[in-house]
Write a protein that binds this ligand. Structure first.
Ligand code: HEC
Ligand code: HEC
Ligand code: HEC
Ligand code: HEC
Length: 308
């Protein structure tokens, strides 16, 4: 009896062992083809050309001995593992100011000084799939339903607003502009933000946190991302949501990006204290609907529902 059990266990162990060896084997083979490896080799080669062996032999030797490795920033506070730096190796390196991508030093070093890479990583501002070490996987290509896919240039400020509620303090011109447009176009007549505004349309207070999977992409051109949904919806609400009572005047791409940045920045997400910017003394969040003539608007909204 005991022996039979032991024999079974031994066989099981052998099978598991073989499976393990096979797995490691395939991992080693696949590892040789990692996209980031050639980038790191290239980076090392470029770096060795830029530094002087004579002036700083110790540093030169260290660089010469550099082995390719997955580089990553782990941020426990929001469970992110950002491996962008496996390819973007020169992101903090002044010697790489004029290098080509993915080696270029960050165009905004001041920003990285205020948000150190080891504390913030990259995806909190840029979006994308931090864990991925491939170009397509890191969401340089659009990935459907990922919470925040790689953010396009025009929408970058939407990410700043998730933490910085005082847009003026950080000079976020697009968020300021977007908030102005929101006011001018009386969006608050139908939408609430922080309990201010009408209730014809969805509450937008946590629009940034809304699951991209909850949108309908059937009538959408381009990628299935929330960012794209918002842009297309602002270009033509009825095309994206056929039963929508929302009708907007034609806007320039710039205006649309500002408005989209603004709504995509509206978040109720709580960050730990060290990630929460201090607000200026006496800062009051601008009230969104103070200029909205409410009566006129609510009847306006009802009229629109039937007429367009
Ligand atoms: C496999 C390597 C690789 C990884 C991983 C990677 N990138 Fe890149 N990245 C590149 C390359 C290559 C370019 C240049 C693309 C071009 O010029 O067409 C680039 C360009 C960029 C740009 C410039 C604008 C653009 O889209 O062309 C940004 C911003 C960027 N990456 C951010 C990120 C972030 C954020 C991550 C992590 C989520 C990341 N990258 C992960 C290779 C990578
Ligand atoms: C605090 C927010 C923030 C963080 C953190 C951050 N970035 Fe950026 N990044 C920006 C902004 C804003 C820009 C400027 C976009 C523009 O050109 O208007 C930018 C620009 C870039 C560009 C150049 C884009 C282009 O089109 O030329 C690259 C590449 C890039 N970032 C990569 C990274 C990587 C890799 C990390 C992580 C190591 C990172 N960034 C961390 C905000 C951030
Ligand atoms: C995860 C939250 C977070 C994100 C996202 C973020 N920041 Fe910050 N930022 C901070 C914190 C925290 C500070 C520290 C300053 C403080 O305590 O007030 C800071 C500091 C700054 C400062 C220095 C200002 C000062 O008062 O010291 C600037 C400028 C700034 N951020 C701009 C930006 C911009 C632009 C973006 C978007 C590209 C951005 N931030 C994204 C959290 C964030
Ligand atoms: C007449 C009322 C009305 C006005 C005015 C209006 N909306 Fe809407 N909005 C709606 C309704 C109803 C929906 C839901 C149907 C849809 O997706 O279009 C909606 C949907 C949205 C959504 C998607 C919200 C979600 O959670 O799915 C956003 C973002 C939005 N509106 C922003 C705006 C902005 C910005 C303005 C001003 C430029 C505006 N709306 C003006 C009624 C309105």
């Amino acid at each position: 009896m005991e022996k039979a059990v032991l024999r079974k266990l031994t066989v099981l162990c052998i099978i598991c062992g073989l499976a393990g060896i096979a797995l490691v084997g395939t991992m080693v083979i696949r590892d040789d083809n990692r996209e980031w490896k050639p980038y790191q080799a290239d980076y090392k080669e470029q770096l060795l050309k830029k530094i002087s062996r004579d002036r700083n032999p110790a540093f030169y030797e260290r660089v010469a001995g550099m082995q390719p490795e997955v580089r990553q920033v782990v941020i426990d506070e929001w469970g992110a593992v950002d491996r962008c730096v496996s390819c973007h190796v020169g992101i903090e390196d002044p010697l790489f100011a004029d290098a080509r991508q993915p080696f270029t030093k960050h165009p905004n070093p001041e920003l990285l000084k205020n948000h150190p890479v080891e504390k913030y990583g990259c995806t909190i501002c840029h979006g994308g799939q931090g864990l991925s070490t491939t170009f397509a996987g890191a969401a340089h290509k659009s990935i459907a339903h990922w919470p925040v896919p790689m953010v396009s240039k025009g929408l970058m400020q939407s990410r700043c607003g998730v933490c910085h509620k005082d847009f003026e303090a950080i000079g976020a011109d697009r968020l300021i502009k977007g908030r102005e447009i929101f006011k001018e176009m009386h969006c608050a007549g139908c939408h609430q933000i922080e309990r201010q505004g009408g209730a014809v349309g969805p509450d937008l207070s946590a629009f940034a946190d809304k699951d991209p999977g909850s949108f309908t992409y059937a009538n959408l051109e381009g990628g299935h991302s929330k960012q794209n949904w918002v842009i297309e919806h602002f270009k033509n609400p009825k095309k994206v949501s056929p039963s929508s009572p929302m009708h907007l005047p034609a806007m320039s791409d710039y205006q649309i990006e500002c408005l989209a940045s603004y709504v995509l920045s509206l978040s109720q997400r709580d960050f730990p204290r060290q990630y929460t910017p201090k607000l200026r003394a006496g800062f009051v969040p601008p009230r969104v609907d103070v200029t909205v003539p409410e009566l006129e608007l609510s009847s306006d909204a009802e009229n629109n529902q039937g007429s367009e």
